[in-house]
Design a protein around this ligand. Structure first.
Ligand SMILES: Cc1cc2nc3c(=O)[nH]c(=O)nc-3n(C[C@H](O)[C@H](O)[C@H](O)COP(=O)(O)O)c2cc1C
Length: 181
């Protein structure tokens, strides 16, 4: 798939088929997380790929009933937990770069999955304590987010986005990039 098509056609997928995802595909996807950029190249992230049905139950329990992706998490054959160590990344001016590092790496995963015909959905609101205990995540790591991974059972339409003129400026704040020069 063309890179720009991957970006424009990626969606948050909340309905999955139960077809298994081949192991080599999972490894190919996770390889793209390994290659992500990070603060001082410290690679503060760790990922837990969960396929065992009993463990997936715990992942499901870590998301509230109100979460729109809860059902999808149960349907998809794989869940990926994205963890990161704040002390292995930077903190400057109140900005915690471990969140940036792991965010980039997890988005690599989402885009690679799309390129292979698979779906993902970022899930940010999680019961971190439950996941930490169940999966033996060390004290110095945070569980930042997770995603289901599987074959989409729905092709959602594109969610609205702000116009480029609202968010990209030329030379100074407020001067839309897209304005004719
Ligand atoms: C940091 C972050 C946390 C998110 N958490 C959730 C979540 O808990 N549940 C969910 O269904 N979607 C979650 N999403 C997905 C967003 O709702 C989704 O990306 C947005 O609505 C745009 O839709 P799209 O991804 O299909 O373009 C999250 C996305 C991000 C980046």
């Amino acid at each position: 798939m063309d890179f720009f098509d991957v970006i424009s056609q990626r969606r948050s997928i909340r309905k999955y088929k139960d077809d298994p995802v081949p192991r080599d595909m999972i490894e190919q996807i996770m390889e793209t997380a390994r290659l992500a950029p990070s603060w001082h190249n410290n690679q503060c992230w760790r990922f837990i790929v969960v396929t065992d049905p009993e463990s997936k139950e715990a992942v499901h329990d870590a998301v509230s009933d109100e979460n729109p992706c809860k059902k999808g998490l149960k349907q998809a054959p794989v869940a990926i937990l994205a963890c990161a160590s704040p002390e292995d990344s930077g903190r400057r001016d109140g900005k915690d770069y471990y969140l940036v590092d792991v965010g980039i790496a997890l988005e690599h995963v989402c885009l690679a999955a799309k390129a292979l015909g698979l779906g993902t959905c970022w899930i940010g609101v999680i019961d971190e304590k439950l996941l930490r205990e169940k999966f033996g995540v060390p004290e110095n790591f945070r569980v930042v987010a997770m995603t289901p991974l599987g074959y989409p059972d729905k092709d959602p339409s594109q969610r609205p986005r702000k116009d480029l003129s609202e968010l990209a400026f030329r030379e100074k704040w407020g001067s839309p990039l897209t304005d004719p020069r």
